[in-house]
Design a protein around this ligand. Structure first.
Ligand SMILES: [Zn+2]
Length: 136
């Protein structure tokens, strides 16, 4: 092999090694970029979850405050009220007519009496008959 050919061969090897190194570096940067994009997405998701949780907590607090300012009827109490009305219907002949004439909610009203030791809740029929569904 001539000296010229040997030099060209040596240059080719250097160029190939350089190219391989550049390829490896590009590959490493791409891998790192993919990893960073995934981490960024995870952080974004977590931040979104935190934000959503904070919003839900705020809504819950607002609802709780609203409930504390107003008067609540539990589902058990509501069942008791319905049961009382079903029995009361037989004693109150005017109720059927009222039920047909008016929407259901206008034939009775609720009375909540706050006391020092709690709240008394009563439902009052249009005829004046009362049922205490929330007592002390
Ligand atoms: Zn009645």
């Amino acid at each position: 092999m001539s000296i010229q050919k040997t030099l060209i061969k040596a240059d080719e090897e250097k160029i190939n090694t350089l190219c391989d190194n550049v390829k490896k570096e590009i590959h490493r940067v791409f891998e790192k970029n993919i990893k960073l994009v995934e981490e960024n997405q995870a952080l974004h998701d977590e931040h979104y979850k935190d934000k959503k949780l904070q919003e839900m907590q705020k809504t819950l607090n607002t609802m709780r405050d609203d409930l504390n300012r107003g008067f609540s009827i539990s589902s058990d109490e509501l069942d008791a009220i319905k049961e009382w009305f079903d029995k009361h219907k037989e004693k109150d002949p005017g109720m059927e007519g009222k039920l047909i004439k008016y929407p259901k909610h206008y034939i009775h009203h609720y009375v909540f009496t706050p006391t020092e030791i709690g709240i008394v809740g009563e439902v009052v029929c249009h005829c004046g008959e009362k049922f205490e569904f929330q007592s002390l």
